[in-house]
Design a protein around this ligand. Structure first.
Ligand SMILES: [Zn+2]
Length: 144
């Protein structure tokens, strides 16, 4: 569990990265929800990922979003996707890995992202094409 100050600083980190005040509230809502389950969510110098770490009796969850994303809104798209892994309800083994195939896990996480994206038609509707292009690029051959 993080302190409210840390969560606030993470929200500000994402808002600074996205650079669009009209999207600040969406970022705040997503991160507030993510921090209900994740131990930490931050932009970092590594590929976007959800990283569950085994501890006795469970898993501690981290989300990293790549600082190298060129499209500023992709910070939001990747966050929505990694939250799909975070909130994936499929059982995890002792290493905190899901028992699904990679393709099944990726498609479910993007399905979660699609639903989040669709919640904000006023703010994100005009970026629909861009979102689905990003989704397709990230899924790669798994989307075939
Ligand atoms: Zn994924």
């Amino acid at each position: 569990m993080q302190t409210p100050e840390t969560i606030k600083s993470r929200i500000q980190q994402f808002q600074k990265a996205v650079q669009d005040p009209k999207l600040n509230l969406i970022i705040e809502k997503l991160l507030t929800e993510a921090f209900e389950k994740a131990f930490d969510v931050q932009i970092a110098d590594k590929p976007s990922q959800h990283k569950p770490v085994p501890i006795s009796g469970g898993c501690v969850h981290f989300i990293f979003i790549s600082s190298a994303l060129e499209n500023k809104r992709a910070f939001i798209y990747d966050l929505m996707h990694e939250m799909g892994h975070l909130f994936d309800e499929v059982p995890r083994d002792v290493d905190c890995r899901t028992t699904s195939t990679l393709k099944e896990s990726e498609l479910r996480a993007w399905d979660f992202a699609d639903k989040k994206f669709a919640l904000y038609p006023n703010e994100l509707g005009k970026y629909e094409k861009e979102y689905f292009e990003h989704r397709k690029k990230m899924l790669g051959p798994l989307g075939q």
